[in-house]
Design a protein around this ligand. Structure first.
Ligand SMILES: [Zn+2]
Length: 403
């Protein structure tokens, strides 16, 4: 008690010395407790949860080699608000054809998970090797937990084009308060919504958090990006029509804003591929256009997402006359720009290592309105369209499997 009194007195004197004439009420009204805590250091900046990425081509205890087909499904951004997508406007049928809703997407993930698929990154499936006659692509052996089957996911046009914004899609990806990737958008009433439940990317992140065995190597999907409306909802593109300093300043701001998003996606298992800058058709052999488009993609998108060897054909259209057996000038040019895995769209997860050039061509299956309505059988290994399709929200159109 005496010590406390001394301390009080000392404090009083000190404050009196330090501030002569200070009003009496500035004297601390109470002495600090005997074991006063040290002044607290500012809390360290919050850090995102660690995330581990493994290599499925490494042998490991309890994992068995897989040399069969690697299935590949692709999605577009998913419809968060079907009432905005299927409102009878001129785009409604196109969205019905090529998109799935959040509810359908959730059911598809649940079903492929239950059927024993596990995610692998497309970059793990093939490698470039030095052969006797120069480099060639080889199919890797994947080591998977026993009983599991590999599945590659890719997501086309994750650019959040302006037309999507009025049609019930997320507007952009952001980093939420929990430091995780979320989507930002507006609900049908116009309220701003940040959520992890309304876009394909954070939904898969969350699904993997809840079911870590769905992604034993930490892989998520490969984002197939164009460049003409920017990427991931950020308007990072140039424009050839009119350009001025203010537009360029805004573009640079958008580029800076998207960098942490790209970094966090990469850190948490997402990878990137090209979908060409202008979503162009590669089959027509217009080399001037193809070359200019590719350089622009590398300048505006590649410079943000990093090098990639993956090219996803817009409209599924293959180069050089849409003929997969050809290695024509367009294919050779795209190869010279670093692309090695060339993905189209098809009726099965076909893949073929080309003999005359170091490249792989492959097809992807497409869960969307067209296949939900018309290809139930073909997709039964992944899910039953009957259980997935949401006829309450989709337009009334033909279904081939309905009795
Ligand atoms: Zn596309």
């Amino acid at each position: 008690m005496r010590r406390l009194l001394c301390l009080l007195l000392l404090l009083f004197l000190l404050s009196a010395c330090a501030a002569p004439g200070a009003p009496a009420e500035e004297v601390p009204p109470e002495a600090p407790p005997e074991e006063a805590p040290l002044p607290e250091e500012p809390p360290p900046p919050p850090e995102p949860e660690p995330y581990e990425i493994g290599d499925p081509t490494e042998e490991r205890e309890g994992y068995v080699p897989w040399t069969g087909v690697v299935e590949h499904l692709f999605f577009h951004p998913v419809i968060a608000y079907p009432e905005l997508a299927f409102d009878g406007d001129s785009q409604a049928n196109g969205l019905d054809d090529f998109m799935v809703t959040v509810g359908e997407y959730n059911k598809i993930l649940e079903s492929v998970y239950e059927k024993g698929y596990v995610l692998v990154d497309i970059n793990s499936v093939w490698s470039q090797e030095e052969g006797e006659e120069g480099p060639k692509m080889v199919r890797n052996t994947l080591y998977l937990p026993e009983g599991k089957k590999p599945l590659v996911l890719s997501y086309d046009d994750t650019n959040y084009y302006p037309y999507m914004l009025e049609n019930g899609f997320a507007h952009k990806l952001v980093i939420g308060e929990d430091l995780k990737i979320a989507s930002w958008g507006k609900d049908p009433q116009g309220n701003e919504v940040v959520s992890r439940d309304l876009d394909a990317i954070p939904i898969l992140d969350k699904f993997v958090e809840e079911h870590p065995d769905f992604s034993p190597f930490g892989a998520k999907g490969c984002l197939s990006l164009t460049g003409y409306e920017g990427i991931l909802g950020y308007r990072t593109q140039t424009d050839t029509q009119e350009w001025d300093d203010a537009k360029e300043a805004n573009r640079q701001k958008e580029r800076e804003a998207v960098k942490p998003i790209v970094e966090e996606l990469r850190r948490t298992g997402w990878t990137f591929g090209s979908h060409t800058w202008g979503h162009i058709r590669l089959g027509d052999g217009n080399m001037t256009r193809i070359e200019a488009d590719t350089q622009r993609w590398l300048d505006e998108v590649g410079s943000l997402v990093g090098e990639t060897t993956i090219l996803f054909y817009p409209h599924g259209e293959r180069p050089d006359g849409n003929d997969w057996t050809q290695t024509g000038p367009a294919f050779q040019y795209l190869h010279s720009q670093g692309f090695r895995v060339f993905c189209s769209v098809g009726t099965e997860s076909f893949s073929f290592i080309k003999k005359d050039i170091c490249a792989v061509i492959c097809d992807r299956l497409h869960p969307d309105g067209t296949t939900l309505r018309r290809s139930r059988e073909r997709y039964l290994q992944f899910y039953d369209a009957k259980d997935i399709i949401d006829l309450e929200v989709r337009p009334e159109r033909e279904i081939s499997w309905a009795e």
